[in-house]
Design a protein around this ligand. Sequence first.
Ligand SMILES: C[S@@+](CC[C@H](N)C(=O)[O-])C[C@H]1O[C@@H](n2cnc3c(N)ncnc32)[C@H](O)[C@@H]1O
Length: 360
Amino acid sequence: MNMENQIDLEKLQSKAENAFDIWGKFAIATNMHLGDHLGLYKAMRDAGPVTSESLSDKTGYHERWVREWLRGQAAAGLITYHGDGSFEMGPEEAMVLADEENPASVIGAFQFVPMVGALVNKIPTSFKTGIGHSYDSLGSDCAAMVERLLGPWYRASLVEEALPKIDGLVDKLEAGAKCVDIGCGAAVAMVTMAQAFPKSEFHGYDNSQHAFIRARANIQAAGVTNVFLHDSDEETIPTDHSYDFATALDCLHDMSHPELAVAAAREALKPDGVFFVIDIDGKESFEENLADNPLAPMSYAVSLLCCMSSSACVADGGAHGTLALPEGAMRKMVTGGGFQTFKRVDGLEHPFNAYYEARP
Ligand SMILES: C[S@@+](CC[C@H](N)C(=O)[O-])C[C@H]1O[C@@H](n2cnc3c(N)ncnc32)[C@H](O)[C@@H]1O
């Protein structure tokens, strides 16, 4: 059979272009990580037009390497070229690339690059064994990436926009509430709440030592004394129904047994307590994600490297992953875990997350 006669040449070309485009984006992503890691983006922020010579002088880096980096950044549409040998990072570009206080910041996500570099040789074994890699085993770059990617939203929106949408919660937090954050990571959410509600206490549970190093630094830098960290491999969450507020922020789909985390939240909460969950806003099926979720390609790829891998890090793990807990599956798991009500919290903007509240 002559295969060549059956090949659609237009389709072939578009498939090859797609693959080549993805390869190019991977190379650009690596250059973006370098811009972050080397401080080139921060050096361009608020600097007005720069040339490769002036940026080289400012940073101490070799002019030829700075020039090639600048040209690549402009060609990728990340910064602006003025046509006279000068490049500029405008205010919108700076919000995305060089200002981590801004909720539009995305640059922290590029710490993925060194994480993947260290991980890529371990993954083939997972294809054979089925066993993935915990967050902690992905090292300090992973903990840093998670904090830098998710932290800007907590700082900008958690207290100001999200918590007031949950009936009665802010009054309780102001008066002094007992709160538990399951899968707390670097504790940015807890520190933000602890600063806003000094009479409340916040207990964070996680099993990543890399995240705890960052959490301790964040707690110390903020000077808060009402945040407490607990290693969930050593301490279980109290089941005495003494907590007013439980959170599971961007972590249930990463867990080997998220149903146990839901049950722990239920057992920790008072009868009038509330459980606030943030998780990925996926579609209900793979087919719907394929048809109607522009973030599906990124989500499945990240899942394999990180979220599903974490959820599969023990032999009996659920191997959930980035798009495994859309609203329907989350509702089933949370109500199955003993919560009487479950609803989506509307009116909060996020590029990839959904928000839910559940009550015992
Ligand atoms: C994507 S991070 C989110 C961290 C934090 N909630 C935030 O929003 O910044 C997921 C977190 O879940 C934690 N995690 C995953 N599996 C866990 C488990 N079995 N027990 C405790 N923590 C777990 C990871 O260590 C990681 O810190």
